[in-house]
Design a binder for this molecule. Sequence first.
Ligand SMILES: *Cc1c(COP(=O)(O)O)cnc(C)c1O
Length: 360
Amino acid sequence: MVGRPRATVAAMASYRPGKSAAQAADEHGLDEAVKLASNENPYPPVSSIVEAVAAAAGDVNRYGDHRAADLRATLAGWLGVDADRIACGCGSVGLLQQLFLAYVDPGDEVVYPWPSFEAYPVDVAITAATEVAVPLVDEAFDLDAVADAVTPRTKLVVLANPNNPTGTAVHVDDLRRLVERVPDDVLVVVDEAYREFVTADLGDPVHDLQPDHPNVVVLRTFSKAYGLAALRTGYAVADPSVVGELDKVLIPFAVNHLAQVASLAAIEAEAETRVVIGRLVAERDRVVAALRADGWDLPDAHANFVWLPLGERTDALFSEVERRGVVVRPFTGVGIRVTIGSPTENDRFLAVLAEVAAEV
Ligand SMILES: *Cc1c(COP(=O)(O)O)cnc(C)c1O
């Protein structure tokens, strides 16, 4: 051990990236495999976005605009809020880490339902916070239990809506009941990474909640629905004072120039992107129906993935599915999450799962 890492960091597990399709194919001696493990959009961004990024590639000798002022202003107009209510970050995970850095001292409590997004416990560990994980009930949030878990030491409540990995979602009226039970100096973070895939009428926390509750912070991203995962743009809609604190801890130029260009082009291309999203949503609904027809018990899927709560069968099913060239995301002893891919990829997953289920 060289140097003296902070105890909280030294105690953390090392990051283990998921297997790529190529690695899985290699490992299992297959010609090829498919990756349905990271909730990526299987389709490239629409061509106007790709062209805008290509045209801007020659400008990368200069730093981009640290504050992403154009993008903030454009997002504000797009969403119908004031520009001082928008922060941009290096993905929504970047903004989440900024929230922790700005608001959470060692020993402060951070409350979230669990299982949920695996970045949350990482930020808890980095800041030496205290995790308060509230178990899901029937794969969904128990918001009364979340409210009950808030104490005078709580700084953040974090809710992924739809939730990753279960794909379940809550209506803004349920969020309001929660927020009304939480002291107004606690930030309630609604992580809407998958908002664009939601077809149920869940309301909009930006317009339905934030006007009455300035402690609600909404996180969104261009990574998933807009197909820009590699470029890293997330944005927060929040009270201007929260935006101010977030900006203090933003790594210089973390929202890179190409990410800004791509995100502006993505807003322009919203209508075209909606067509792609519609295709993925139709596939999601088809996969859910096919799984149920095969006898699987799974919750309604509101994002671009499905959740199979397999409990004890998880690990065995996961390895057998991967051995046949379909890489999915296991949560040991709990279930597997499967990203919606192209129709061919989804069919392959369905066929492989049916084959494996007969054996395991
Ligand atoms: C994928 C995901 C994100 C990551 O978004 P980036 O903008 O790419 O950082 C955030 N929250 C949840 C719940 C996710 O599943």
